[in-house]
Design a protein around this ligand. Structure first.
Ligand code: ASP
Length: 416
């Protein structure tokens, strides 16, 4: 397969999808055929099929790939070190992200003089988030099949890790099973490749539908909020990660950014880190040269617990809501926001829109009105797409840096 051409096709699909969607939104949404059939049926059906086929691969791929990765490591100590590094990197970059977002938001002060009547306020009812103790208990599945069926990532990761460790410990039987899993893994990767070949159509429909429904109008009353989030996302994606990559691995950052484009488009059009896992694993292994033993572990883990883009939105949203309601935040409040948002990102699932739900937890922490979320729901879809692209970039950057430090990065592939 011509991967280069495919990247170009996917990027073009995104561009034309966006342009067509914006034109439809501006001039043709009154038309029944356009609204009901083209956008409501055709774009919707093709887009949903595309997202579902991505999601379809996540559970089997994470299960198989992670088992292969652990078995290939062949050493539980190494696994512990890998986990420690990943956790440190993920939490560290999230704290950095939210600090950046808060600083920018405090300087620009979005929401001052905001007129709430200028935006359509939608209903928002926050869900209870599970307690910390329950979150820890939930790491272990009652039943691995149930965890798979429900797509619960952390319990699935725990079960797969244990299964891989047992393979290493099981001697000859383990060796035979490991070989089988390696074959399954090769087949799963082919499935990802098949999916990527139809991706331009899926991406086109998803983007066209979103822009046709959203239009640019929704952004207007919230322009300052929207721009601050966008600016922080760009700075984090284009400055923070490349600097970290350079400092910790010495690798060429342009190569990284260029090779991430395709994954970012997937994340952008699906607004789901989870759905992007298959493509991100494939890209970090085949394009960035990371060994499966690292990528199969850090990418799904990152998609589940590392949400820098989401933390950025939460930081800016907190300041925005405080400004709108005329509430002053103290230094202690800002620190509480950094801490809560960093922890919240662990509990945020990599699916569309959860970041907003977790924002309720952050607002509660500093005593801001949770109803404030209703003000920003209108623009959240577009921001969700952008922050998901940043989320998955963070997962890949961590993966590359960790792989380099573990001697599990093939520089010839990386530089190719
Ligand atoms: N959509 C984001 C993701 O999947 C999570 C969020 O911020 O809502 O990474």
């Amino acid at each position: 397969m011509q991967l280069k051409n495919l990247t170009k096709q996917i990027l073009l699909a995104m561009l034309f999808g966006g342009i067509l969607g914006a034109i439809l939104n501006a001039f043709f949404m009154e038309n029944n055929f356009v609204r009901e059939v083209l956008v409501g049926d055709i774009f919707h059906v093709i887009g949903q099929i595309f997202i579902k086929s991505l999601k379809m691969l996540v559970v089997p791929l994470v299960f198989i790939s992670l088992i292969c990765g652990v078995a290939a490591l062949g050493d539980i100590k190494k696994l512990g070190r890998l986990g420690g590094k990943a956790l440190l990197f993920y939490l560290g970059t999230t704290a950095l992200a939210i600090t950046l977002a808060l600083s920018l938001a405090v300087i620009v002060a979005p929401g001052e003089g905001f007129d709430a009547s200028s935006t359509t306020v939608q209903e928002f009812s926050p869900k209870e988030s599970p307690s910390f103790a329950q979150t820890i208990i939930n790491l272990v599945p009652d039943n691995p099949v149930e965890a798979m069926a429900e797509g619960q990532m952390l319990p699935l990761i725990v079960f797969s890790l244990l299964f891989g460790i047992a393979i290493v410990m099981a001697g000859e039987s383990g060796k035979r099973v490991e070989q089988q899993f390696n074959d399954y893994n090769a087949i799963m990767m082919q499935l990802v490749v098949i999916l990527m070949m139809v991706a331009p159509f899926g991406v086109f429909c998803l983007i066209a539908k979103t822009f046709a429904l959203q239009g640019i109008e929704v952004i207007k009353p919230l322009i300052s909020y929207f721009l601050v989030v966008t600016a922080a996302l760009f700075i984090h994606g284009l400055v923070t990660y490349p600097v970290l990559l350079k400092v910790f691995s010495g690798l060429n950052v342009w190569t990284f950014l260029k090779k991430m484009r395709q994954v970012q488009v997937f994340a952008f059009s699906t607004a789901s880190s989870n759905a992007t896992i298959p493509v991100n694993i494939e890209n970090t292994e085949k394009e960035l040269g990371v060994d499966n033993s690292v990528a199969s572990f850090t990418i799904p883990l990152g998609a589940t617990i590392n949400m820098d883009g989401t933390a950025i939105m939460q930081g800016v949203a907190t300041v925005f809501i405080a400004n709108v309601y005329n509430i002053d935040l103290s230094m202690a409040d800002y620190l509480a926001v950094i801490l809560t948002a960093t922890l919240a990102s662990i509990g945020t699932a990599g699916v569309p829109g959860v970041g907003l739900i977790m924002l309720a937890m952050v607002l509660n922490q500093v005593g801001l009105p949770v109803e404030g979320i209703a003000l920003i729901i209108g623009v959240d879809r577009l921001l969700d797409m952008m922050r998901t692209a940043v989320n998955v970039t963070g997962d890949a950057a961590a993966t590359v840096i960790i792989a380099k430090s573990e001697g599990a990065l093939d520089q010839d592939i990386y530089n190719k």
